[in-house]
Ligand binder design. Structure first.
Ligand SMILES: [Zn+2]
Length: 371
């Protein structure tokens, strides 16, 4: 089952309130959040709809507290919807109106006349105990939470948040409920969703506070455990990422160094380096995966970690300089070749031009033959 179903099931299972005032507050919230009012031949009846199988005995118990003379209710019907069952609890006409007045859903204003109270009656929730009971009733009637509790061995990072909401069909009720939550130290926010009004909380600690307030103690423990697991998992992921990036940086640096050492070796030769650099080159080639710290210890005259780092940088720089020089030489050669080529081409052109002109400007000796 889902986290929110389990939490609501736990609350519905908890003991009934000790005081009549609290029973009325809780039942009132249930009427307003999962109840429907039916008017038939001038008489009211209430029908409550819930997915919680244990809400039926709880409502029976609450009504018994308010109306001890009343017999047990009977479950009206069970309705299957996809994977869940919805229970319909019908409250008979004989007690519906009285209960609605007792629970401050209705208010009578003159002999036999009554009207529905907008929002939440102040009288109903003026005691601290009743305020909590009203929140409990609303939690059972219209709360849902989008919180996924993952298996502890699932190492994937969590992206889900902690969202808990109460859905109302009246704006006045949603507004009054926000004040009620706030009076208990739980600041919620409100939004409209089509024709419904939603009071919601997104902060993990507030969700936990609310669950504690309605008495969902196991849900609080599950949630606190989930916070801890998520925290550890995130920390572990951060450390792993850090470690991976350090390892890849180290490997990258080592590849660069070995590249440089091989380049120096095949161009000017490693023996042209200072004895310390020469030794370090040989050590690096033999230990490509070793850390600077260990390389430092392997030197004949031990160096510090940063001494090794500094010298390896120097080796890479020497190789880079050699490469640059070689590139420059190559460029110079190319330029020289190009120039030589151009000179040759010009010479050939000039020769050709002279060849062509020869008949027009015969050489001096030929004049003699003409005479
Ligand atoms: Zn009370």
């Amino acid at each position: 089952m889902s986290f929110s179903f389990d939490a609501k099931f736990e609350v519905a299972k908890s003991s009934l309130p000790d005081k009549l005032c609290c029973a009325k507050a809780e039942l009132s919230a249930l009427f307003r959040t999962c109840g429907q009012l039916n008017l038939e031949k001038g008489s009211y009846s209430i029908e409550l709809v819930t997915e919680l199988p244990n809400l039926f005995p709880r409502i029976n118990g609450l009504i018994k507290l308010i109306k001890p003379e009343f017999d047990e209710l009977t479950l009206t019907k069970e309705e299957r919807q996809n994977h869940s069952i919805r229970y319909h609890i019908g409250i008979p006409v004989s007690i519906s109106k009285d209960l609605l007045l007792d629970c401050f859903v209705f208010r009578s204003f003159s002999e036999g006349e009554f009207e529905q109270i907008e929002g939440i009656s102040r009288q109903l929730v003026e005691n601290e105990c009743c305020a909590k009971s009203y929140i409990k009733g609303a939690f059972l009637g219209c709360a849902s939470a989008n919180i996924v509790i993952k298996d502890i061995n699932d190492l994937k990072k969590h992206t889900g948040g902690y969202h808990l909401e109460f859905v109302f069909n009246s704006q006045n009720l949603a507004n009054d409920f926000i004040h009620l939550l706030s009076s208990q130290g739980i600041p919620a926010k409100i939004m409209q969703r089509k024709k419904l009004w939603v009071d919601y909380i997104k902060e993990a600690e507030l969700v936990s506070d609310l669950l504690a307030l309605v008495g969902a103690n196991n849900a609080v423990l599950t949630l606190q455990n989930e916070f801890a697991v998520r925290e550890v998992r995130n920390q572990l992921n951060r450390q792993l990422n850090c470690l991976n990036s350090n390892i890849s940086k180290m490997v990258e640096a080592s590849i660069k160094q070995i590249d440089a050492i091989e380049y120096i070796s095949k161009t000017v030769g490693l023996e042209t380096l200072s004895p310390t650099l020469y030794e370090l080159c040989l050590l690096r080639l033999a230990n490509p995966e070793e850390t600077y710290e260990n390389l430092a210890k392997l030197m004949t005259e031990p160096l510090t970690k940063s001494g090794v780092n500094h010298r390896l940088r120097k080796i890479v720089k020497i190789a880079n300089d050699l490469k640059q020089n070689a590139e420059q030489d190559e460029k110079n050669d190319e330029q020289e070749n190009q120039q030589t080529k151009e000179i040759k081409e010009t010479e050939i052109k000039e020769e050709k031009t002279q060849e062509k002109r020869e008949p027009e400007f015969p050489v001096m000796e030929d004049f003699g033959n003409w005479k």
